[in-house]
Write a protein that binds this ligand. Sequence first.
Ligand SMILES: NC(=O)c1ccc[n+]([C@@H]2O[C@H](COP(=O)([O-])OP(=O)(O)OC[C@H]3O[C@@H](n4cnc5c(N)ncnc54)[C@H](O)[C@@H]3O)[C@@H](O)[C@H]2O)c1
Ligand SMILES: O=C(O)[C@H](O)COP(=O)(O)O
Length: 540
Amino acid sequence: MARVLIADNLEASAAETLKKLGVPVDHRPELSKKPEELKAALREYDAVIVRSAAKITAEMLENPGKLRAIARAGVGVDTIDVAAATRKGVVVMNTPGGNTVSAAEHTIALMMSLARLVPQADATMKKGGWDRNKFVGTQVTGKTLGVIGLGRIGREVAKRAAGLEMKVLAFDPFVTPDKVAEMGYKPAASIEAMLPDVDFLTIHVPLTDETKSLIGPNELAKMKKTARILNVARGGIVDEKALADALKAGTIGGAGIDVFSVEPIVADNPLIGAPNIVLTPHLGASTYEAQENVAIEAAELIANFLLKGIVANAVNMAAVDRKELDELKQYVDLARRLGMLHAQMNHGQIKKVALTYKGDLANKKTKLLTSAFTAGLLESRMAGVNLVNAEVMARDRGIEITSSASPKKDDFASLMQADVETDKKTYTAAGTLFGNEYLRLVRLGSYRLEAYLDGVLFVFSHRDRPGVIGFMGSTFGKHGVNIAGMNLGRQAPGGEAIGVLNLDTVPDAAAVDEVAGHSDITSVSVVKLPPAGELPGWLG
Ligand SMILES: NC(=O)c1ccc[n+]([C@@H]2O[C@H](COP(=O)([O-])OP(=O)(O)OC[C@H]3O[C@@H](n4cnc5c(N)ncnc54)[C@H](O)[C@@H]3O)[C@@H](O)[C@H]2O)c1
Ligand SMILES: O=C(O)[C@H](O)COP(=O)(O)O
């Protein structure tokens, strides 16, 4: 029975939800602070749920043991080495949306605290002070808020700022200026272009190589001296040293920061000693409502994955819902078997794979089929290949995988064709389902046939001459190998032809050599496929 580890500080509803769904779970929040123990524990569980305190590193995933899924109860997956997880075939999912409103409200809370100096006044009063002249703030009404990143949180912040009668300027490379205008905000041409105009600047982008130090010394220098900066996204998107220097020099008016480049914050973080700054310890998602949302959602994601094979909100693989999986299961099986066939038939160095989905199949979720083909292609030579990591593993090995779809039907309602280019030549194989159920190999090279795609296949090219098939039958018979089925394809009588035999057992080398020795047989391959209906573990 699959077991789940909750390795961070989550609401009890996460464990309760899993238990209700019949999934055994251990809640061990202390592991988020003990990397060595977390690493050891990860291997013992099928899935783990974390927030941002538990960092899941490449080293922890080096030997992932039983681990198949990581759920982040929250948005940011920068605390998980997603690339390492992908390589190890571990699916990573998150719960975007569950804490959006809370993060947006926290941004507004920081903005108002900064504008009216609430924390500073509070601290003075608690020391017995009553200074009404020192804490003169600024109104936000009529001021300009620059929003970088108009995704879920950015939009909620912009909406609330508009409600406070602020002017909103926004920039997001994935939201067109027309769309920004349609939402009622002023589109900025670039971050640089908006900087001189903003009174407040708020950032709502993920931390990536591109967004690291998005706001650094050059950007700060372009802003008004009175401008205030808000970062409720991720530490490091605003360069901490540059911001601290600007605050000290008075070239920036203030900052409200919830997230830090190293968390928990370290004593020598330059922001701690900077003036006009309000700091919170990553509290954006810390509301009862947000935590309840993300805890239940993460638990459901994991239960659905472990119990039903459903993949939702994955950041490293295409989503697969139950309906799609049921509908596509046979095609996923077909795709994998075509991959396995190619791996065993093509003895050259595989360089490129071009997959074509034809007819009705063109309108299905073919990404899943591409991953399944690639998994089949690699699995006989590599351990641990599955739908999550197959394409990355192929790319790592210099194999280029492309796919295309064409709704035009030729001979079949649906057809999957795989052209595999090796250093020697390009091989083609195509398959389909008969009666939506029975897997068949219907094309090999330029030959048409109707061969079963299970058990032992003996594939041979030959010249279509009398006696070849008889020789094969008697040779295999002599070696005790029973032929269960036979399929032949040829261009023209007497010309080049291909044959696929379904054998009951794997022929030994002597039998194969004897058959291959016939002067009209030009090539032979033995292909071992799983029995009909046998699915890989990763297909559930
Ligand atoms: N402080 C907290 O507790 C807290 C809570 C939730 C989320 N977050 C952080 O907030 C981030 C944003 O969350 P979201 O749910 O809004 O994500 P989202 O994916 O909905 O939105 C991110 C937006 O950023 C845009 N973007 C990416 N690169 C950009 C760039 N260089 N310039 C401008 N825009 C860019 C994207 O196009 C996207 O629209 C998360 O990645 C997470 O790190 C923090
Ligand atoms: O990315 C997120 O969802 C937020 O930063 C919240 O992080 P947390 O779950 O550690 O509070």
